[in-house]
Design a protein around this ligand. Structure first.
Ligand SMILES: C[S@@+](CC[C@H](N)C(=O)[O-])C[C@H]1O[C@@H](n2cnc3c(N)ncnc32)[C@H](O)[C@@H]1O
Length: 340
């Protein structure tokens, strides 16, 4: 295989231009659960096609293309095996990518990205333009899409959870509120590492209903109170408020409203932990900068620089105390309440 370093600029550009094809091919492999079918060992394409109810010729073309970019390995006689990247699509991984791949290629998500030009021309969410409603209302109206989104969030939270929990000292804390905490993956990680803590999982009604089952399945029903509501109205009281992947969904005005409600609810000596991907200096940090485009296109939010976080915190009665690197794509941005 030619490495990226050996490519001419035009070949490298062509590879990036066609990158959506790779993304969508991974999406289909994830939806079909190909990696799980290969956990027991390499299999012939006919077996895989039968197990996934697909056309063996077309499935072969999908998998040989993915094998050419190191996702699956093609052996002799149309036999396919896992590679390290393919393993990450498996459902038994600690840090799974499959649920994200299954979500990000959904037609309703792609339709918004098809209208990126609209977002760039107007500065507005293409998702709202295309679907006539925002992402959260859409997922409430389509619970099957909401459930897939929650699973994707859980998967990407699990990728960073241990590192985030290890990076912060929760000593002296008694009640953690995970604001918009999804299915509770991060809160579970915090509580498992800190047995004296109790937690509140605060979510929209439908997500809270699904999260209640997940919390029970994780054996945390006695330590986690699941509360449903909107963070634009009120946030439960606690001494640490965690917001992971929340502020980036919203513009500055809405984000400041959420933080003001946290400020109302937080203990005088409490701490705010915003967990996001700060925007890096020019020419670096592609992951956060493409996530920022995703925020523009879908919920209509944005990723932010450290200075932008400091401004947002100040507008809501918090002082940005420090940034804590976690060794992952996520940074903990700690805020402390400014006394009235
Ligand atoms: C990007 S997800 C992040 C989920 C979780 N914190 C994580 O990192 O895995 C944003 C979450 O905010 C929740 N949310 C959206 N609007 C909300 C509102 N008005 N009140 C409470 N939660 C809300 C969504 O249901 C969703 O779970």
């Amino acid at each position: 295989m030619t490495t990226a370093a050996q490519e001419s600029p035009s070949v490298a550009l062509m590879r990036l231009v066609n990158g959506y094809q790779v993304s969508q091919a991974i999406h289909v492999a994830a939806v079909l659960g190909i990696a799980d079918h290969l956990i027991g060992g390499a299999r012939r394409i006919e077996d895989l096609a039968q197990a996934t109810a697909t056309d063996s010729g077309a499935l072969y073309r999908l998998l040989r293309a993915l094998a050419a970019v190191d996702i699956f390995r093609e052996e002799e006689d149309r036999v396919f095996a896992l590679t390290p990247m393919a393993q990450c699509l498996g459902s038994d991984m600690n840090d799974p990518v499959g649920p994200w791949a299954a979500f990000i290629g959904r037609p309703y998500v792609r339709r918004a990205w098809d209208e990126l030009l609209y977002s760039v021309q107007t500065g507005d969410s293409a998702f709202s333009h295309v679907h006539g409603t925002g992402v959260w209302a859409y997922r409430a109206q389509h619970p099957e899409e909401g459930a897939l989104f929650d699973k994707a969030m859980t998967a990407i939270s699990r990728q960073v959870c241990d590192a985030v929990v290890a990076a912060y000292d929760f000593a002296g804390v008694s009640r953690v509120v995970d604001v918009g905490g999804g299915e509770g993956a991060l809160l579970a990680g915090i509580l498992n590492a800190n047995p004296a803590l109790s937690g509140v999982l605060f979510e929209l009604e439908q997500v809270a209903a699904r999260a209640t089952d997940r919390v029970a399945a994780m054996g945390l029903a006695a330590r986690v109170e699941v509360v449903s509501g909107s963070f634009f109205e009120q946030v439960p009281a606690g001494d640490i408020h965690v917001l992971k992947g929340i502020l980036h969904d919203w513009d500055d005005r809405a984000a400041a409203d959420i933080l003001r409600n946290c400020r109302e609810a937080i203990a005088a000596n409490g701490r705010l932990l915003v967990i996001e991907r700060p925007i890096a200096p020019p020419n670096q940090g592609a992951e956060a900068k493409f996530s920022d485009l995703n925020m523009l296109v879908s919920p209509g939010g944005q990723e932010r620089t450290q200075e932008q976080f400091a401004g947002l915190f100040g507008a809501a009665g918090f002082r940005l105390a420090r940034l804590i690197a976690t060794g992952t794509r996520m940074t903990i941005i700690e805020g402390e309440p400014i006394p009235p």
